[in-house]
Design a binder for this molecule. Sequence first.
Ligand SMILES: C[S@@+](CC[C@H](N)C(=O)[O-])C[C@H]1O[C@@H](n2cnc3c(N)ncnc32)[C@H](O)[C@@H]1O
Length: 295
Amino acid sequence: MTTPPVCDYEGSDYQKSFWDEGGRAYEDKAEEIALKRLLPKSGKLMLEIGAGAGRNTPRYKGYERVVLLDYSRTQLQQAQERLGESGDYIYVAADAYKLPFVDGLFDGATMIRTLHHMQDAPAALKQVRRVLQPAGAFILEYANKLNLKAILRYALGKQDWSPFTPEQVEFVALNFDFHPKTVRQWLDECDFDLQRQLTLSHFRIGILKRLFPAQFLAKLDALAQLTGDWWQLTPSVFTLNIARGESKIAAAGSFFQCPQCGTPLEDTPEILVCSKCGAKYAVRNGIYDFREPLA
Ligand SMILES: C[S@@+](CC[C@H](N)C(=O)[O-])C[C@H]1O[C@@H](n2cnc3c(N)ncnc32)[C@H](O)[C@@H]1O
């Protein structure tokens, strides 16, 4: 199965340079507030897709266990250093287009700051729906092309793409902004019922961030977020979606499946072997590696 190219974060210091030292305390706090509003109070097994270094993972407190999935092994190593190796966190290196889990395994999933790397977003969303149980909660964040800055730049002739048209825009290789209407249509086509939208980062403007403390801007943002169901004009939008319809629930004890052929895998230590196609996958230092089979 050929899948679209991946935006590779292997070896990236994203967490340190973008979040810890990148002056983004306001955006981080605004996300914490949005997650508190959207997350179910409790759950059993959460899948965090594109977990990176686990910045948001501690916020999924209500869930008994969290699977951190990321294509980058080094991002997962950083997450492991921050969060530890308790059985509550399961680290999985894999491609979001080929999730290595049996159908209907999770009762919750999130995808934050990750859809914007998906050239084929509907294919990734289909995978999320496949691994979710009926009525499972899915929190999706996406980068919004219809944001005020883009509208202004377009009106002033400083930007050649229109923020009003439905197609995605690739502003840097493998970095996409999406139209809210298009994302809603994809979610519907993938059998998700959209429950709530929150708009984030209303005040992502250099001068405001220099003049006002992050906490203050985040409090203002918390109020403005509440207009998210009426209009979406901010660079980032959080959505809460519920898996619609009847679909499979994973059998007790089943968990992983072969990303090559879809056969359930037995979770044997160090190496998982597919009984159908023979593909072998390594578990190294607490990280399951499904990126490609062992040679
Ligand atoms: C911008 S970072 C966001 C990390 C984290 N969600 C956060 O908000 O701090 C995007 C993450 O998505 C991961 N990613 C990109 N494409 C992926 C794919 N096809 N499958 C799995 N992970 C992917 C990257 O490795 C990276 O860690």
